[in-house]
Design a protein. Structure first.
Length: 371
C-alpha cells in the first residue's frame, strides 16, 4: 500500500480544524477527473502551510498516483517554505516521468530566487548538474545567468548545449564570451545552440562581429550546422551578411547548402542580394534554381520588376525538355504570382507548349494577370 493510502487511512486524526480541512482538500487531489483535481488544487494552494505536510507526502510517494503528484508539485509552488524547494528538487532528480518533471520545474519557477539558489548548489555535484541545469533552464530569472554561464564549461555536451540555449532569452552581452566558445565546441549540438545564442545578441554586436563569428561555420563538417549558420546569416540585415552569402554561393557543396544560401539571400530582400542571385544563376544546381524561382515572388515591390525580368529571361532560355519540366512550370507559376503584365506575351506563347503541365500553368498565370 502506498504511503499516501497509509497517511489518509481512516485511523488518521486531524489535530485541528485547519489541519482537517487541509487533509480533506489534499485528499481530493487523488480522486476524480482532471477537472475536479484542478479545482481542488486551487483550493489547496489557498490553505497555505496547513497543507504542506500532506502535499509533501503525496509528492514524495514514488508509488503513488502520478497525477496526484503532479498536482501536489504545482500546489507546492505556491508555498514559501524551506522544506518545499529540497523536496521539489529531489523529485525532479528522481522521477522518470517528464510530465511530473515539468510540473516540478513550473513550481520551482514560481518559487523564484530561493529555488535558484538551491539549484545552484547542486551544480557542485557532477552527478546532479545535468538535472539542475535542466531545472535552471526552465526558470526565466536573471539570477540564473551566472549559474548557466558556469554550466557551459561542463564536460558533457548535452549540459553545455542546454545551458547555452537557456542563455538565449536573456540576450545579455555577458554571454558573448561563452557564445564564442560554443561556436568552436567539438559537439554539433553545442555549436547549434551557440548559433542561436549569437542571434539573440544581434542588438549588442556589430554586423562585422556577427558575420565574422558565423562565416567559418558555413564550412562546418556537420551539414546541419553549416545550414544553420547560412540561415543565421540570412536573418542578419546589412550588406556584410549578404556579401558573405554571395561569396559562398557559387562553390557551395553539398547542393542542400547552396539551396539554403539562396533562401537566406531571398530573406535579405535587398538589391544587393537580388543582383547577386540573378548573376549566380548559371552556377546554381537545379534544386537551388528551383528555390530561387519559388522565392522571387516574395521580394518587395521595388525589386519585383528586376525579379520578373529575370524570370522571363530564364524561362525563355530553358529548353522545353523533360528534365526541365518542373523548373519551367515553376517559372511560369512565379510570373503569374508576381502579376507582371509585361510577361503576358511570353505566357500566351506557352499555351501551345509541348509540356501539358506548362500549358496549364500558363493558363493559370494569365488568369492571375487579368485580376
Amino acid at each position: 500500500m502506498s504511503a499516501f493510502n497509509d497517511f489518509f487511512s481512516p485511523n488518521s486524526a486531524a489535530l485541528n480544524d485547519s489541519g482537517a480541512m487541509a487533509q480533506t482538500a489534499v485528499a481530493g487531489l487523488c480522486t476524480g477527473d482532471f477537472h475536479d483535481r484542478w479545482d481542488q488544487a486551487r483550493q489547496v494552494a489557498h490553505l497555505g502551510e496547513a497543507a504542506l505536510a500532506d502535499l509533501l507526502t503525496i509528492l514524495e510517494d514514488e508509488d503513488g498516483d502520478w497525477e496526484a503528484r503532479w498536482f501536489a508539485a504545482r500546489a507546492l509552488g505556491e508555498l514559501n517554505h524551506p522544506q518545499v524547494v529540497p523536496a521539489l528538487i529531489a523529485t525532479f532528480a528522481a522521477t522518470p516521468d517528464d510530465d511530473l518533471r515539468q510540473a516540478v520545474a513550473a513550481a520551482l519557477t514560481q518559487i523564484g530566487p530561493p529555488a535558484i539558489a538551491a539549484l545552484g548548489e547542486q551544480l557542485a555535484q557532477p552527478a546532479l548538474r545535468p538535472v539542475a541545469v535542466q531545472a535552471l533552464a526552465r526558470i526565466p530569472h536573471p539570477a540564473t545567468l551566472p549559474l548557466l554561464i558556469e554550466a557551459t564549461n561542463d564536460a558533457r555536451s548535452p549540459v553545455r548545449a542546454t545551458a547555452l540555449d537557456a542563455l538565449c532569452p536573456f540576450a545579455d552581452p555577458a554571454t558573448w564570451p561563452v557564445v564564442q566558445q560554443g561556436l568552436q565546441d567539438s559537439a554539433p549540438a553545442v555549436r547549434a545552440a551557440a548559433i542561436r545564442g549569437l542571434l539573440s545578441l544581434r542588438g549588442h554586436l556589430s554586423a562585422d562581429q556577427l558575420v565574422a563569428a558565423l562565416a567559418p561555420l558555413v564550412n562546418d563538417p556537420d551539414e546541419t550546422i553549416a545550414q544553420q549558420s547560412v540561415y543565421a546569416l540570412g536573418r542578419l540585415s546589412g550588406s556584410a551578411a549578404a556579401t558573405a552569402l554571395l561569396r559562398l554561393l557559387p562553390a557551395c557543396n553539398p547542393v542542400s547548402l547552396q539551396t539554403a544560401a539562396v533562401q537566406a539571400l531571398i530573406w535579405h530582400n535587398t538589391p544587393l542580394a537580388l543582383t547577386g542571385l540573378i548573376a549566380a544563376w548559371e552556377a546554381l544546381a537545379p534544386a537551388a534554381r528551383l528555390a530561387l524561382v519559388q522565392g522571387l515572388p516574395t521580394v518587395s515591390l521595388e525589386l519585383q520588376t528586376s525579379a520578373a525580368q529575370a524570370l522571363q529571361g530564364w524561362l525563355g532560355a530553358t529548353p522545353a525538355a523533360i528534365e526541365h519540366s518542373l523548373l519551367r512550370r515553376h517559372l511560369v507559376l512565379a510570373l503569374g504570382q508576381m502579376g507582371h503584365t509585361e510577361a503576358e506575351p511570353l505566357l500566351r506563347s506557352l499555351l501551345d507548349d509541348p509540356d501539358q503541365g506548362v500549358q496549364l500553368h500558363a493558363e493559370a498565370a494569365l488568369r492571375q494577370l487579368q485580376h
